[in-house]
Write a protein that binds this ligand. Structure first.
Ligand SMILES: Cc1cc2nc3c(=O)[nH]c(=O)nc-3n(C[C@H](O)[C@H](O)[C@H](O)COP(=O)(O)OP(=O)(O)OC[C@H]3O[C@@H](n4cnc5c(N)ncnc54)[C@H](O)[C@@H]3O)c2cc1C
Length: 336
């Protein structure tokens, strides 16, 4: 395992920010994580996957450890109605989805084209088009960086919530090395998302197959989201806020077209993109930092924006949204 010094992380974060790390290592097997931790006990450490959900504000004075733990997808149990698979954490997530769809295993087809490593997927409980990884994850395996021991979590122990998990709550403590998913051979996919439903209708598909859903999700995402290899971004910058029903009813009086989706405990989830769009930020640009013209939830780096400029823009948006709606927007992107 090579440890590099003073390297640019530009190609390792999808905002394309040219910041540097004092030390940088790529791990290909779990034991190397323990070795690194013992070699550099006092250095601040950052676990990095594909950098598609981080915003660096400045150079990182510590050790960046990139997860490249590779291997084959392993079948650990197969029954007539399900198959359990173990996935190495360093695999590209979309490759896992493609593999499952090729086997005609149902469960993750709606999570196609989400950038990042498989091992990062549980960190924020990735989700899209009505599905989350929590729905199919049966176990997560990690190295506890505090005790330097391997540790496994059941689905329940992962404490999944909306873009949340025990790993996010204890950021930097657990290095996820692999995870086990339960998928369902040939089970008809469930469509729980309007845009996906409309796409399938538009294509004249009445009884969608797993492959139909996978392809439709890819088409929607390609049309809607900026490609980070062309325009720097980290997907949704903010989480969709969850507010009390009472608050929502009040806002509805002023904004009758405000969408809201029922959430647990009589609360309502509001699309952050709608709030930002309605406040007039869509397409806003200052220098090279901006709000994507097609998708108000995505902040972009048009080239030379610094992490601070993007962060400052996000603060302005948060303040404005609070003034208008009394809603606190929480960042989904991890600020480093
Ligand atoms: C165009 C675009 C579209 C997106 N769409 C979606 C979407 O639809 N749904 C969605 O949920 N997300 C979406 N995202 C966000 C992002 O793809 C996911 O959050 C993804 O899981 C991040 O993976 P990564 O490997 O790039 O993580 P990184 O950005 O490298 O890391 C993110 C965080 O996870 C921690 N981390 C990374 N690896 C590990 C590990 N092995 N163990 C413990 N902690 C770790 C890091 O320290 C960091 O805090 C999108 C991003 C982009 C750029």
């Amino acid at each position: 395992m090579k440890i590099k010094e003073k390297i640019s992380l530009r190609q390792f974060n999808t905002f394309g920010l040219d910041i540097s790390a004092d030390y940088f290592a790529i791990v290909t097997e779990p034991q190397q994580i323990i070795k690194l931790r013992k070699t550099f006990p006092d250095l601040p450490k950052l676990i990095l996957g594909e950098g598609s959900n981080v915003l660096f504000l400045e150079d990182f004075h510590g050790l960046v450890v990139r997860n490249e733990i590779k291997g084959d997808i392993e079948i650990i149990d197969r029954q007539t109605d399900y198959v359990d698979i173990r996935i190495p954490g360093g695999m590209h997530w979309h490759d896992v989805v493609t593999y499952a769809v090729e086997q005609n295993w149902q469960g993750i087809e709606s999570l196609a084209l989400i950038p990042g490593k498989a091992g990062t997927a549980p960190f924020q409980n990735i989700g899209a088009y009505g599905t989350e990884i929590a729905a199919v994850l049966i176990a997560c395996h990690a190295i506890d960086l505090k005790n330097l021991t391997p540790v496994s979590f059941t689905n329940e122990q992962c404490a999944f919530g909306y873009r949340d998990s025990i790993f996010k709550q204890n950021k930097g403590r657990y290095f996820i090395t692999s995870m086990d998913l339960r998928l369902y051979p040939g089970r008809p996919p469930r469509i729980r998302y309007r845009a996906l439903e409309n796409k399938l209708k538009e294509k004249g598909i009445k009884k969608p197959s797993i492959l139909d859903v996978y392809q439709s999700v890819i088409e929607i995402r390609r049309a809607k989201l900026p490609d980070p290899t062309v325009t720097g971004n980290a997907g949704s910058f903010f989480k969709n806020p969850i507010i009390s029903r009472e608050h929502y009813e009040q806002l509805k009086k002023k904004y009758p077209d405000m969408p809201g989706y029922p959430f647990t405990d009589n609360r309502v989830k509001i699309p952050a993109g709608w709030l930002i769009d309605r406040a007039g930020w869509k397409g806003f640009r200052e220098g090279d930092a901006g709000v994507h013209p097609k998708q108000a939830l995505v902040l972009v780096n048009y080239g030379k924006a610094s992490g601070y400029e993007i962060f400052k823009l996000s603060e302005r948006i948060r303040a404005d949204i609070f003034d208008r709606y009394h809603i606190e927007l929480e960042r989904e992107v991890q600020v480093v």
